[in-house]
Ligand binder design. Structure first.
Ligand code: FCB
Length: 444
């Protein structure tokens, strides 16, 4: 079996570099009967939303098998586990806490701590309670305040047993895919919707940070953002300008307000009607100090001019693709990290997601996923290169611990380092999991 390895002098081989695996609540938990419905339950129930017409009703049945899953995580030898809390499992519609739901996460965190695994909690990985969506969801400013209340309840209950709290996972996906393009829940379409949702998500982050600072001053608090490194399709000035606009619109729209308290200039190039309403004081709430920023990276994006002063994304060419059709470009990962570091005064960075889907086959009890091992090798080296160029990166989480519900693509795409047979819920460590485990046990 081939291995995952890093250059001998890599700082990532030292024990203080944190390695983990990541999941999210809706993608693995199942047990919908013990929580209130969320926007993904509703979205999945609509026709033509999910590639295989599936839903999160069972997923990996993690609520049932959580003890076995904790044992599996511990067996991998990781330092940390990144999980998300289902908002609707811990809060009831009337604003009271769901005591049993909180207990589930308390037990999970305690079990992980007993195995000496650091717990990285994400408070919002896209599963907004449906009753809040009925009141406008992220288009309604009140949702940001409801989120802060939820953050207060969770951080009070779990406290500093949780090593790190991230407020949101990938607000780009919630806002753009969910409210602008409509390919994710809640399936709304419109630029004004997308921009307003983005602003309220960022506001929610800022308000939740205030609660976290108060309740868990010693936990590491921040946010997780996703980036696709922007490239221009050609050397023409029009395409270079388009790539810069695409970068501002999809990447910097989320990080610049957090770190500098302003939106990128590309805001002035969209119609006034589509610009978000920003109340006085909002940008100060958004731009609070973060202890870390989580970076999720999978691939790059290639842009060209649409001929009318705006950008469009082109289907990339020239690199091998994952089963998602995403180009494998590890250099773009280094470029992203180095450029973020040059542009901003960054807090410490954790790579909170990185990984790939391939068409895995379980044959005679084994999954030989050499392409995934290659992906991890090249991308860990990309992180190592960025560290050597001065970027302060503290940890790396493989996406994902196990195959799970891949949003609009349902169960048709497998990102896990552990294979899940959904009919039996049998988990099998793929060769990539064995290679990750071997690499972790060889650290200095
Ligand atoms: C990210 C999501 C994660 C997973 C990966 C493949 O955008 O955060 O839940 O679906 O993509």
């Amino acid at each position: 079996m081939s291995t995952i390895s890093l250059p001998d002098e890599s700082p990532m081989l030292r024990r203080e570099f944190t390695y983990g695996v990541a999941t999210s609540s809706f993608q693995i938990e199942g047990a919908t009967e013990s929580r209130i419905p969320c926007i993904w339950d509703t979205f999945c129930a609509q026709p033509n939303t999910i590639a295989d017409s599936s839903n999160g009703d069972l997923a990996c049945e993690h609520v049932k098998y959580w003890q076995q899953d904790v044992a599996m995580i511990a067996d991998l030898g990781v330092d940390a586990y990144r999980l998300s809390i289902a908002w609707g499992r811990v809060m009831n519609e009337d604003g009271s806490a769901n005591v049993q739901g909180l207990q589930f996460y308390k037990d999970l965190v305690t079990a992980l701590r007993q195995k000496n695994i650091k717990v990285f909690v994400t408070l919002y990985h896209w599963d907004l309670p449906q009753y809040l969506e009925a009141q406008g969801g992220w288009l309604n400013r009140d949702t940001a305040y409801a989120f802060a209340l939820y953050a207060d309840v969770v951080s009070n209950a779990l406290g500093e047993q949780v090593y790190s709290y991230a407020t949101l996972n990938e607000p780009f996906c919630s806002a753009y895919l969910g409210y602008e393009e409509g390919i994710h829940a809640p399936g709304k379409v419109g630029q004004a919707y997308g921009r307003q949702a983005a602003h309220h998500l960022l506001l929610a982050h800022g308000l939740a940070m205030q609660a976290l600072r108060h309740n868990v001053p010693n936990s590491l608090c921040g946010i997780v953002l996703n980036f696709s490194t922007a490239y221009s399709a050609t050397d023409s000035q029009a395409d270079i300008d388009a790539a810069r606009m695409g970068d501002e619109y999809h990447n910097h729209w989320y990080i610049q307000p957090l770190l500098e308290g302003t939106y990128p200039d590309v805001m002035s190039q969209i119609g006034v009607d589509a610009q978000p309403h920003i109340a006085p004081g909002d940008m100060d709430i958004i731009a609070q100090k973060n202890d870390f920023i989580g970076v999720n990276y999978y691939t790059r994006a290639v842009y060209r001019s649409d001929g009318e002063g705006w950008f469009e994304q082109v289907v990339p060419q020239g690199h091998a693709l994952t089963a998602m059709g995403w180009e494998i470009v590890p250099d773009a990962f280094t470029k992203l990290l180095v450029e973020l570091d040059q542009r901003y005064d960054l807090p410490p960075i954790y790579i909170t997601e990185n990984g790939a889907a391939f068409d895995d086959r379980l044959v005679a009890g084994e999954v030989v996923d050499q392409q995934r091992i290659d992906y991890f090798n090249s991308h860990l080296r990309a992180v190592d290169n960025a560290i050597k160029q001065g970027v302060d990166i503290r940890g790396y989480f493989a996406w994902s611990l196990m195959d799970n519900f891949e949003w609009a693509l349902g169960y048709s795409k497998r990102f896990g380092i552990v294979y899940v047979d959904y009919a039996t819920q049998q988990r099998t460590l793929k060769h990539s999991a064995l290679a990750y485990k071997a690499m972790l046990s060889n650290r200095l």
